[in-house]
Design a binder for this molecule. Structure first.
Ligand code: GLU
Length: 411
């Protein structure tokens, strides 16, 4: 299913509700630059394999391009373009001075040895090197890319330019110049937003049942935080399996089980379901935290949650959005809900450039302020224009991007 067409449909809806100059709107319909690479990597058995890699630099209107790099067997240019566009919107929603970009390599990293993964990362870093930097474009982790992978990227870049430039990439381990709080930032940022929403809807955390799709850095930690906040996490899944127990899970026990057995199959006192069934469970909050295009025109009519809280990028198609809105289901869009990650990435760049590091309390306090403010701006705009939260978040973002483009002039 094409993703970029969906991103453009979302853009169009928001443009219709904003006072954006048509020339400015046109600038957002295509990326400023697309980089596409085919590069060789030597495998452990001595053979050489070619990999496809992408970096899409979508918009630099508000600052250097910013966004993660994903390693996934289905990654392609259409997907990376959409993700880059969403980063531009996301950074503007939370008001951090960055543009939007995204990268990806078409690969299943689970099928590579650690040595192969490092060689692939370093080879990709060599291709990217002329185009990235703290003032140019700053990659970060995304699906299947870890702090360690970011450390390899930063190290390869340092070798090429002959100096340490930690701010060339974010999401690094602490010992390689990372920021406190970057690992839980996306999940924690989402939690701050969810609490604001619950206050508006007059719902108590203890009264909620939650289904989380995905157990990566985002879904796994979000489930933990939801559990700690007193919500009942009744369903969890990874890419291969899903489990359901209406009484709720001890999320830590589920995490341990996954670590030990590699997936969730056979987890005691749980019904084994699949990812599609998880989406349709009778819960208060559904949290897609995996990949795009999960809630579509086909299954939107069967979603029973009251709130869809998008911790993944692009999990809901425009067709599904329209159906959910009609049925009174609140969708908290990705560009707001999961913006905590890039917000702490921004803090990481600031700390790298100033060579002065903050403690976790300071990071979280600053993150909370940004997320709560972004929620308030989005909510206000939604009420004022009587539009869904996604379109409202886009309207807020488009105004900021539009101002940045207009103030700089046309050339
Ligand atoms: N990959 C994350 C996202 O989609 C974080 C990006 C970043 O920190 O630059 O928002």
């Amino acid at each position: 299913m094409p993703v970029f067409a969906n991103a453009l449909a979302q853009l169009k809806q928001a443009v219709d509700h904003s006072h954006l100059h048509p020339e400015v709107a046109a600038r957002l319909k295509a990326p400023e630059r697309i980089l596409q690479f085919s590069f060789p990597v030597t495998m452990d058995d001595g053979t050489v394999r070619l990999f496809d890699g992408y970096r899409v630099q979508y918009s630099s209107a508000r600052g250097p391009y910013k966004g993660g790099i994903r390693f996934h067997p289905k990654t392609n240019l259409d997907e990376v373009k959409s993700l880059a566009f969403w980063m531009a919107i996301k950074c503007a929603v939370v008001g951090i001075p960055l543009g939007g970009g995204k990268g990806g390599v078409t690969v299943d990293p689970k099928k590579l040895s650690k040595g192969e993964l490092e060689r692939l990362t370093r080879a990709f870093a060599r291709r990217l090197a002329p185009f990235i930097g703290p003032e140019q474009d700053v990659p970060a982790p995304d699906v299947n890319t870890t702090p360690e992978i970011m450390a390899w990227l930063a190290d390869e870049y340092a070798r090429i330019v002959g100096k340490q430039v930690p701010g060339v990439v974010t999401g690094k381990p602490l010992s390689a110049g990372g920021s406190q709080g970057r690992v839980p930032a996306t999940a924690q940022g989402g939690m701050y937003v969810l609490h604001e929403l619950l206050a508006k809807l007059k719902l108590k955390p203890q009264a909620l049942t939650v289904a989380v799709q995905g157990m990566g850095n985002v879904g796994g930690i979000f489930a933990q935080l939801a559990h700690q906040a007193g919500m009942k996490v009744v369903a969890m899944s990874d890419s291969a399996s899903a489990i359901y127990n209406p009484k709720g899970f001890d999320v830590t026990a589920v995490e341990h089980y996954k670590k030990e057995f590699g997936n969730l199959k056979g987890f005691p006192s749980a019904r084994s379901i699949n990812n599609a069934q998880l989406l349709e469970l009778p819960v208060t909050v559904l949290v897609p935290a995996a990949l795009e295009n999960q809630i579509t025109g086909t299954n939107a009519g069967r979603i029973k949650a009251k709130i869809v809280f998008e911790m993944a990028n692009g999990p809901t198609t425009p067709e599904a959005d329209a159906k959910l809105a009609k049925r009174g289901i609140t969708v908290v869009p990705d560009v707001l809900a999961n913006a905590g990650g890039v917000t702490v990435s921004y803090f990481e760049i600031v700390q790298n450039l100033s060579q002065y590091y903050w403690d976790e309390g300071e990071v979280m306090e600053k993150l909370k302020l940004i997320m709560v403010t972004a929620f308030k701006h989005t909510w206000q705009r939604a009420e004022q224009l009587k539009i869904p939260l996604r379109t409202a978040a886009y309207v807020v973002a488009l105004e900021r991007i539009g101002q940045a483009i207009e103030v700089k002039g046309k050339y």
